[in-house]
Ligand binder design. Structure first.
Ligand SMILES: NC(=O)c1ccc[n+]([C@@H]2O[C@H](COP(=O)([O-])OP(=O)(O)OC[C@H]3O[C@@H](n4cnc5c(N)ncnc54)[C@H](OP(=O)(O)O)[C@@H]3O)[C@@H](O)[C@H]2O)c1
Length: 274
């Protein structure tokens, strides 16, 4: 059983590759730049292709029986518009099992997956714990995190848990036809996370809440594009309460509780040390 992993060079995808290899599967990795250094293990076949241009995916899909499909590319998590073409190609290639990393969108991608005649599961983490690495420079330099919307709480998931769930579904099946939201064991605010990082590093760290205007000024000074600033402020101002909901997905699929942010912080403490 060869499994095609898309997004295989990313934070989450390389973990999926790793877990599938541990499950004894042959893994093929998709990247848009196959000539570059992927850092993937030597026994992983690296194949070129771009999910936004389905005609480039023929070689990648040849002979695979399962696919982990990145259903949303880009920072805005916009669903792939090429879902129908990709599903038609996957079905023709004999793919039998599919995990789709995409939010609940009810659009073209979802319709195509449902109609594709393969065993599918949608998997979506509300928020990945490694997003906290975006604070690493500031914490190392100033021991402070400065952000707006301090009250927002998210049930962030450890990327290793998300990858293990995806690999288990691809390798062993189960939970077919379901949408699974993968979370950690608790919903935390940014200040809670900074406190966990302080405990993990043994450093005194501070969280300071900014107004929208202060955040705009800070992010401009850091060189963020206006479009990115507007997106972040809009996203945090309109974040739905559901992002704080803890799910039982990790326990249901893996038979063990999800890893906590405190554990993630301890695993990654070096990135936050001065
Ligand atoms: N960060 C979060 O909190 C969060 C929350 C929910 C969902 N997600 C989803 O999780 C996904 C993976 O996250 P991550 O942190 O692992 O991402 P990442 O480290 O930024 O990696 C992105 C991956 O997507 C691939 N990719 C991007 N556009 C592509 C395209 N057009 N065709 C083929 N491959 C493409 C890249 O491959 P190459 O550059 O090698 O081509 C790379 O492997 C994201 O796409 C996002 O939708 C993230």
């Amino acid at each position: 059983m060869t499994v095609l992993v898309t997004g295989a060079t990313g934070t989450l995808g390389r973990r999926v590759v790793d877990r599938l290899r541990r499950e004894g599967r042959t893994v093929r990795a998709l990247t848009r730049t196959p000539g570059g250094r992927t850092g993937l293990p030597g026994d992983v076949e690296v194949v070129g292709g771009d999910l936004t241009e389905p005609r480039t995916l023929t070689a990648a899909l040849d002979g695979v029986s399962a696919v982990h499909l990145l259903g949303a590319t880009g920072h805005d998590h916009a669903p792939l518009r090429t879902g129908p073409e990709i599903m038609a190609m996957a079905t023709a290639a004999g793919v039998r099992r599919l995990t789709v990393l995409a939010p609940d969108e009810g659009g073209e991608l979802e319709h195509a997956v449902r109609a594709g005649g393969v065993e599918w599961t949608f998997d979506w983490p509300i928020d990945l714990m490694p997003n906290a690495l975006g604070w690493a420079d500031a914490i190392r330099a100033t021991a402070e995190v400065r952000e707006p919307y301090a009250a927002r709480r998210t049930a962030s998931a450890d990327e290793a848990d998300v990858a293990e769930v995806i690999a288990a579904l691809l390798a062993r099946g189960g939970h077919a036809g379901r949408r699974l939201v993968v979370t950690g064991p608790e919903a935390l605010s940014p200040a809670d996370k900074v406190a966990a990082l302080a405990a993990a590093t043994g450093r005194e760290l501070r969280f300071t809440e900014l107004t929208d205007d202060q955040a705009r000024r800070q992010w401009r000074a850091e060189g963020l594009p206006e479009e990115g600033i507007a997106f972040m402020l809009h996203m945090w101002a309109t974040v739905p309460a559901s992002v704080a909901e803890v799910t039982t997905t990790v326990e249901d699929v893996l038979g063990r509780p999800p890893r906590s942010f405190a554990r993630w912080a301890s695993d990654h403490a070096d990135a936050f040390r001065a």
